[in-house]
Write a protein that binds this ligand. Structure first.
Ligand code: GLN
Length: 492
């Protein structure tokens, strides 16, 4: 078969189980596409061809022996922030370009246990800090819809591989929008789960109180299959929550759109930088949901103006602490011929980290330093609580909250936005992480330049099933999620 890359996850699982094709055939098909097409997209940092084929053979044997589970033999790409035993885990940084993890992240281990075949590790913003995946060391990943544009970030590689059909689905992480915004920029479905739903063990930390892994794929159904693998309590992550996991696939029709109350925050649709076409597409999608029986309710989220400053204090503060371990001593990049220990620290860190990471470390160190700690960090924590309360109040009135995922479609590569301009682009995604809530992006159309637009739905804690279900039903009556970029139509 030449069009295996067009099949959904369910179709892949069924095709494998019914021996319509083997995992080796499927894996080889993707490897061939990667070899041919990724020269244009630059999404993979590492392709693990040999290991993938061995995993595929093992999957085929399991299918024959009748010991396979639902996803045995289905290929996946992992964001290069998840540790993979024996395979480079760079976090998109020169600092870790030589780092081979001695263990698997829980998400990766769960994937292996489910029989997934790892195609490789994909590009991202360095240490997940950024919104464009213009990586200073591994180069920019391109948006499959238009190679002159960015795929978004920080999980830009995870989005690009799916949009270009170089993997059927992928893992991403979201600290302030890094699953939802690239999903929006690349026309995909991406779910950021409730904080604590997916284990962070072996996921290189950016801002630990907000980092959360999640699935990126074409449809809510595809995401649900991957959520079934990723979600769950993990004793190795003290912030992972001991709470029953839903069967996200079985629940795809569990929430009725009819009667669903969707909150429309007044403040969100009057943001200065909101692109008129993005606004129009999002409103059209809300109209569609209304036609399906949902009720739109105007709500107030009064803390909107505080999102960007609060996040951009807390996230860098946590990053400055998390990244202090990269000092050139035990692992990672070490400068040449250090004269003394201070020189070793200084040069290893200034040569190993890119500009944006250094900027965040500086901001965070400042916010945490004696004398400024109360004025900045503690204050931001208090505002964070107010932001959470704002949402909880809204959820007394509505079931989900709607917003754009981003104020614009994908930026041009090299647009060179100032840090503040770039940070303002995160206005719609940050609060969800500050509050620890789940949220999903669904593709809802295109702008005139044929770049995808995304709708974000924010749910109350633990409402992943509900979010997937609402988007799934929307996708039963619309076809935005089935649209493919021209590059995805290319055959290898
Ligand atoms: N763009 C945001 C930042 O740069 C979010 C990144 C993320 O979610 N990892 O921090």
């Amino acid at each position: 078969m030449t069009d295996l890359h067009r099949l959904s996850i369910r179709e892949l699982a069924e095709g494998l189980a019914q021996a319509q094709f083997s995992s080796r055939e499927l894996t080889a098909h993707y490897l061939k596409r990667i070899e041919k097409i990724d020269t244009q997209v630059n999404s993979y940092i590492t392709v693990t061809a040999e290991q993938a084929l061995a995993q595929a053979d093992a999957a085929d044997a399991a299918i024959k022996a009748g010991t396979a589970t639902t996803l045995t033999g289905v290929p996946i790409a992992h964001k290069d922030i998840f540790c993979t035993q024996g395979i480079k885990t760079s976090a998109g940084s020169k600092m870790l370009d030589n780092f081979i993890s001695p263990y698997d992240a829980t998400v990766v281990a769960k994937g292996k246990a489910a029989g997934l075949v790892t195609l490789g590790k994909v590009n991202m913003d360095e240490f997940a800090m950024g919104s464009t995946s213009e990586n200073p060391f591994y180069g920019a990943t391109k948006n499959p819809w238009n190679l002159e544009h960015v795929p978004g970030g920080s999980s830009g590689g995870s989005a690009a591989v799916v949009a270009a059909d170089l993997a059927p689905f992928s893992t991403g992480t979201d600290t302030g929008g890094s699953i939802r915004q690239p999903a929006s920029f690349c026309g995909l479905t991406g779910l950021k789960p409730t904080y604590g739903r997916v284990s962070r063990f072996g996921m290189i930390a950016y801002a630990s109180s907000m980092d959360q892994g999640g699935p990126m794929a074409r449809s809510a159904e595809d995401c649900a299959y991957l959520m079934n693998v990723m979600a769950g309590h993990d004793a190795k992550d003290s912030t992972s929550v001991e709470k029953d996991v839903d069967d996200y696939v079985a629940n795809l029709n569990a929430t009725a759109v009819k009667g669903l109350r969707i909150g429309i925050p007044k403040q969100y649709f009057n943001v200065a930088g909101l692109d008129a076409e993005v606004k129009a597409r999002v409103e059209e999608s809300l109209k569609k949901l209304e036609d399906m029986g949902a009720t739109l309710v105007e709500i107030d989220l009064n803390m909107t103006e505080a999102y960007v400053p609060t996040y951009y204090l807390i996230a860098p503060a946590e990053a400055s602490s998390n990244l202090s371990r990269f000092d050139g001593v035990r692992y990672g990049y070490r400068c040449e011929n250090p004269t003394d220990i201070l020189d070793l620290y200084k040069r290893s860190r200034s040569e190993g980290f890119g500009a944006e990471v250094q900027r965040r470390i500086l901001i965070g160190t400042y916010a945490l330093s004696a004398g400024y700690y109360d004025a900045y960090y503690v204050k931001a924590q208090k505002v964070r609580r107010l932001i959470q309360q704002d949402f909880l109040k809204a959820f007394e009135q509505v079931d989900v909250i709607a917003a754009p995922s981003a104020p614009t479609t994908a930026y041009k590569i090299g647009a060179n936005l100032s840090p503040t301009e770039m940070y303002l682009g995160d206005i719609y995604t940050l609060a969800v992480n500050l509050a620890g809530l789940p949220a999903i992006n669904a593709p809802v159309g295109f702008d005139q330049a044929q770049l995808p637009v995304g709708l974000q739905l924010i749910g109350n804690y633990w409402s992943e099933s509900q979010l997937l279900s609402v988007v799934h039903q929307y996708q039963q009556v619309t076809d935005w999620h089935t649209k493919r970029a021209a590059i995805a139509e290319e055959n290898a």
